[in-house]
Design a protein around this ligand. Structure first.
Ligand code: ATP
Ligand code: MG
Length: 263
């Protein structure tokens, strides 16, 4: 589970007052729940994920993961119990290392002692997991990751993020840079890994249809706050127009403008 309590984040702006980007935001996600996070550009979605991951500090508030307050943990320590995939397929893997070495590093994440060699049994296990991606990458384990396509690389990054069975999986528009076919493929993998590994996940997306399809709960952000939060039967009844309409009500603007902002 993850609990964000009254989180405030501010960034210095040249000269004037700090810009407050998260405004006392609170969000609790129970273990095993997937939440889609939507909202217009600049709403603070990435900042929320960055605050959870420890890449930006809170001015006030706290972050609790599986009952433990981790507000003061540095980013590297949080990497042991958080999995992350960002928009850029180049960001999550080391291009000049092989598929196998990238995976081996990811699977040791959070362990105190790094074993240096990839033993044959570890390699077999990792090859099996790569095969599950259905991309034939198990035959290319010794190739550098820089040789892969964006979709293959993002699928690998996703696998790396879930290998250590993180307490919380943070996905920030992780399919946005992919072509439609690869976006669908990585989305399907995401759903499968979350179900198989019983993960708690926060998924930021601008794709309203995916937001509804991939999660049992949808949280809408606007100007650093949560302005709508739907789950259960209410969420199941919703289609994309209902979601856009809800957003319009929550922030008070016209439908056409929202369509542009959200899509
Ligand atoms: N490191 C930073 N320094 C200064 N300002 C920042 C920083 N990161 C984010 N901001 C500002 O915080 C606000 C929220 O940004 P954020 O990236 O969280 O929005 P977002 O909801 O993820 O938007 P998008 O949908 O465009 O990705 C924006 O005004 C942005 O300019
Ligand atoms: Mg963002």
């Amino acid at each position: 589970m993850i609990r964000v309590e009254s989180a405030t984040v501010a960034f210095a702006q040249g000269g004037g007052e700090d810009r407050v980007v998260l405004k006392g935001l609170s969000l609790e996600v129970p273990r095993g729940q997937t939440v889609s996070i939507i909202g217009s550009n600049g709403a603070g979605k990435s900042t929320l994920l960055n605050a959870i991951a420890g890449t930006v500090p809170l001015v006030s508030g706290s972050i609790v993961v599986d009952g433990r307050d981790c507000t003061r943990d540095p980013e590297w320590a949080r990497a042991a119990y958080l999995g992350r995939v960002r928009q850029n397929p180049l960001a999550g893997t080391a291009g000049d290392m092989t598929i196998l070495d990238n995976l081996a590093l990811a699977s040791r994440k959070g362990r105190r002692r790094l074993r240096l060699a990839v033993t044959p049994s570890i390699a077999r296990d990792l090859a099996g997991r790569v095969a599950e991606l259905g991309m034939g990458l198990e035959n290319r384990l010794r190739e550098n990751v820089s040789k892969l396509s964006g979709g293959q690389r993002q699928a690998l990054t996703l696998l790396m993020a879930v290998l250590s069975r993180p307490s919380v999986l943070l996905l920030d528009e992780h399919t946005a840079a992919l072509d439609p076919a690869n976006a669908d493929l990585v989305s399907a993998l995401t759903k499968r890994f979350i179900a198989e590994y019983g993960l708690t996940a926060l998924i930021v997306t601008h794709d309203m249809k995916r937001a509804l399809d991939q999660a049992g709960r949808v949280v809408m952000m606007h100007e650093g706050r949560i302005v709508a939060d739907v789950e259960g039967a209410e969420k199941e009844r919703m289609g994309v127009p209902d979601l856009v309409d809800l957003f319009r009500q929550a922030r008070g603007s016209d439908y056409a403008e929202d369509r542009d902002l959200l899509r």
